[in-house]
Design a protein. Structure first.
Length: 410
């Protein structure tokens, strides 16, 4: 018998009936003698509703109080879930983030888990209770409620699995697993049986919405097997595990895309030591994440500096960078929100040449212009015009034959 951590997302607990069905599913594993820890998200739509309430109250809600408000969504879910189990004759105990001793830093809205004291959960499990833990939330060192950001319940679940030394962390969602690309764009997308932590990290960072990136980081660090599967079927999903030799044979495992991209270009930046640091310092201090950065070759003592941020951070970034540009004597700042990022991912790229050339050739055949390029050992990303996103995804998926199983050479 094993200790299993399961996580159910908002669509899985979106109504009273769905919560009852989740309780019945959890009981299937509990009745086999397994110890069960269940992490729940807020009911579908509830988080957005709380944000609307906050913004009706004021345009710029206080971050601490916003976290206090946001944490109530998961509190509702775990309480109702525990009630459902008890009504079926089984003992259960709901715990909020602070009761489960999930300790975080103080970055409201985007807090990071620093440690978990699992003693309370283990005590409840010893009493043969099913433990329901509110996802997405924790407590900082001064006793303030914090939230982990969108997708934070995934991180809660994997972090708990690591702290409890669980046999597996099962992430239940409304899709059947991890696909080679978005099935809504490419009907030939194929569900993968397994994917490596590194590949899943890249896909998560590149826009795939199946798992939150920090949850995969935890899983890799503590070697926690993740099983991504559907709440609504018994079908096996996708295992996210350590890399194997068989995975290295695969050239490309998946195609990812993100329309949540915006590009900022600072024209004719004085080319002297420290200028780039000046440009990015206010960006980093504001907690804005910069993705791709390109600096052109210096001409006449000046250069162009281009980088990408999320669309949500675009206006704030433009304001910050425009101020710095005036200070350093740059010519002007340009912005573009009509872009997207398309990427191919595969651990096999480490051992195969010509993958980038093939990707560029495929896009060129469709007359898709590449605006920016970035690479790592196992991924190649291209910034293109947003209107070509779906076409790019489909032609890349077809060219690398992902519908039938990934290709092993170029």
């Amino acid at each position: 018998m094993a200790l299993i951590v399961q996580k159910y997302g908002g669509t899985s607990v979106g109504s009273i009936e769905k919560i009852r069905n989740v309780a019945k599913r959890v009981l299937e594993d509990y009745k086999k003698g397994n110890s069960m820890v269940v992490v729940l998200s807020a009911m579908a739509g509830q988080t957005d509703g709380l944000i609307r309430l906050a913004r009706e109250m004021c345009d710029d809600p206080d971050p601490r109080e916003l976290d206090v408000l946001m944490a109530t969504g998961e509190q509702v879910s775990v309480a109702l879930f525990a009630m459902a189990l008890k009504s079926m004759g089984y003992d259960a105990r709901s715990l909020l983030g602070f009761q489960a001793a999930i300790r975080t830093d103080r970055l409201y809205g985007k807090a990071r888990i620093q440690e978990i004291d699992a003693s309370r959960i283990l005590m409840e499990l010893e009493k043969n209770r099913i433990v329901a833990v509110a996802g997405f939330q924790g407590l900082d060192e001064k006793g303030n409620i914090t939230t982990l950001g969108r997708g934070g319940s995934d991180t809660t679940a994997v972090a708990l699995a690591a702290a409890l030394n669980a046999a597996v962390c099962e992430i239940f969602t409304d899709v059947k697993g991890v696909y080679t690309t978005d099935p809504n764009i490419c009907p030939k997308a194929r569900k993968m049986d397994a994917i490596s932590y590194d590949e899943m990290l890249e896909l998560a960072s590149l826009g795939a919405k199946v798992l939150e990136i920090r949850s995969v980081e935890f899983a890799k660090k503590y070697n926690v097997p993740i099983h991504v599967r559907s709440t609504f079927t018994q079908e096996r999903g996708t295992m996210v595990v350590a890399e194997t030799k068989d995975m290295e044979k695969v050239l490309v495992s998946g195609v990812a895309y993100s329309k949540n991209e915006a590009r900022i270009t600072v024209k004719r930046v004085p080319d002297r030591p420290g200028t780039a640091a000046q440009v990015f310092e206010p960006i980093f201090k504001a907690g804005i994440i910069v993705d791709m950065i390109v600096q052109n070759t210096s001409e006449d003592g000046s250069t162009d500096l281009t980088f990408t941020v999320t669309k949500a951070d675009f206006q704030k970034s433009m304001k910050l960078v425009s101020e710095v540009a005036r200070q350093i004597g740059a010519e002007k700042v340009l912005g573009d929100e009509n872009i997207s990022k398309v990427s191919i991912v595969g651990v096999g790229m480490r051992n195969h040449a010509g993958v980038a050339q093939k990707m560029f050739h495929i896009l060129a055949k469709e007359n898709i212009n590449i605006i920016m390029i970035t690479t790592s050992e196992i991924k190649i990303s291209c910034i293109i015009e947003e209107k070509y996103t779906e076409l790019a995804v489909r032609v890349l998926h077809e060219a690398f034959e992902l519908e039938n199983g990934p290709t092993e050479d170029c």
